[in-house]
Design a protein around this ligand. Structure first.
Ligand code: PHE
Length: 467
């Protein structure tokens, strides 16, 4: 007999868990750099518009489908399409995508864990030296770190929705927020901090090229954890009293605020390190920024606060990022866990066992794809260049399938499940929903321009990446 579905204990527990998923490495590092490079305040305005006009309706729809069916993506698509095979594929993608994205996210989290250990043990100077990172990613010690990270995530998930996911979010999210504020207060005391703030905030509309606009939307989509089945699955754990549009709005506001505040941390630090820095030359990839550039900034602090002080700041920062990464990882692995439990009738522990094992092995493949094992380092089947397994997973699932999933969800909700049912679900726990402009906007946007825009992003990515 199927046990009854577990629920979050409160609305705030749900909001914190969803925000825990949304707030991740993308917010803390990806967003600030993206914004500074691409028009500062102009980018911020554009990003905020995307979050509220395009991403929020998708988030609301995901949560509504989840709550209505009390299932994960496969079960939800199956139930609402009455077993239609074609829509079943969308459900499968909704479980496969988070599983694969978890693989590359896990690699980065493992590195962060490694950086915490190395800064605590006095190796900041090694990390800051140009050669450090290249050597680090090929270090066999990372396999130990993989065990540690997988262990922490499984430990949280094994305790279930209320005592695991929700409790972790309730502990880690306030800690993360407090630490972020402390970091901002600290970097603002550094020389030239204000130059960084100016660069982050002063708008330069001339930078908003089509590529930047596309990038801003993708960033917002990823940052809010959309298209990964996460909010659908979390939505299946909320009760009927919860006001979905309001809760989703709070999640989006939290996520966007953290991204914004992270900008107040990263850019002053960058400018205090080098007041003449030209942000448009900043590292393109979040990975380079976190793992090679930031250690240099931390090390430079030793002239004012000594080596131990500088190492302490570095550790503090990596722990902050680690907390953000753990709550995101937990959310993304919960999707396949929930699939195995709901659809395949496995116990939670068994499901976790299978997933930790398979995701662990794939993560290993990704970890050795930076040179250790040739087969995974030259894993190309498109665009003719040698790419690592890590990059392939990123290109295929994050860059390509994610917007496709967004498109499928919009089409499914609007044309298969239908707006009437969506409205009905959203008006539960929300008496004023019917007839409101919010309802009109959601129904209109989800069935027209939102799927069109994400479809265009998908086509554009396929055309540029794979051909
Ligand atoms: N929202 C996360 C971020 O900004 C992305 C993410 C969520 C990644 C869940 C993995 C799992 O970093």
């Amino acid at each position: 007999m199927a046990a009854s579905r577990e629920h979050f204990s409160s609305r705030i527990g749900f909001i914190l868990a969803a925000a825990g998923s949304a707030v991740g490495i993308g917010n803390l590092v990806g967003f600030p750099v993206n914004a500074a490079k691409n028009g500062g305040g102009a980018f911020l305005i554009l990003y905020a518009l995307f979050v509220f006009l395009i991403c929020l309706p998708v988030m609301i729809a995901e949560m509504a489908v989840g709550r209505n069916t009390a299932k994960e993506p496969v079960g939800a698509f199956k139930t609402l399409s009455q077993g239609n095979k074609a829509w079943g594929v969308a459900g499968l993608l909704g479980v496969l995508t988070p599983f694969m994205i978890a693989v590359f996210y896990m690699v980065i989290t493992v590195w962060i864990f490694g950086y915490i250990v190395l800064t605590v043990t006095g190796n900041l100077d090694y990390l800051a030296s140009g050669a450090g990172f290249g050597e680090f990613i090929n270090s066999p010690y990372l396999f130990v770190a993989l065990f540690a990270v997988a262990g922490i995530v499984s430990f949280i998930l094994a305790a279930g929705v209320k005592d695991g996911i929700e409790k972790a979010a309730k502990t880690l999210m306030p800690a993360l927020f407090g630490m972020l504020i402390i970091m901002v207060a600290f970097v603002l005391t550094l020389d030239n901090a204000m130059a960084g703030i100016e660069f982050f905030l002063i708008p330069d509309f001339s930078k908003l090229t089509p590529g930047v606009i596309n990038g801003a939307l993708s960033q917002a989509f990823f940052s809010l954890s959309l298209g990964m089945g996460i909010l659908l699955t979390y939505g299946s754990y909320i009760n009927k009293q919860t006001n979905i549009p309001n809760s989703a709005k709070l999640v989006a506001i939290t996520d966007t605020s953290v991204a914004f505040i992270a900008g107040l941390m990263i850019l002053p630090a960058v400018f205090s390190f080098n007041p003449n820095v030209n942000p448009s030359q900043l590292e393109d990839s979040t990975v380079d920024l976190i793992f090679t550039f930031l250690p240099k900034i931390f090390l430079a602090l030793q002239t004012s606060i000594g080596y131990v002080g500088a190492s302490g700041v570095a550790t503090f920062f990596f722990v902050l990022v680690f907390f953000a990464a753990i709550t995101s990882l937990v959310s993304i692995i919960e999707v396949p866990v929930s699939y195995l439990v709901t659809e395949k009738k496995q116990t939670r522990k068994k499901a976790l066992g299978y997933l930790t094992l398979t995701a662990g092995v794939l993560t290993l493949f990704a970890m050795v794809s930076f040179g250790m094992v040739d087969f995974f380092s030259q894993f190309t089947f498109y665009a003719g260049k040698d790419k690592s397994f890590f990059v392939v997973v990123y290109d295929v699932f994050y860059d390509t399938i994610l917007p496709l999933n967004g498109f499928l969800l919009c089409m499914f909700v609007s044309y298969r499940w239908k707006k009437k049912q969506l409205s009905e679900e959203l008006s539960i726990g929300n008496e004023n929903y019917r007839g409101s402009w919010v309802e009109k906007y959601i129904n209109f946007s989800l069935s027209t321009f939102i799927p069109l825009i994400v479809l265009l992003i998908f086509i554009n990515t396929v055309a540029t990446k794979f051909f």
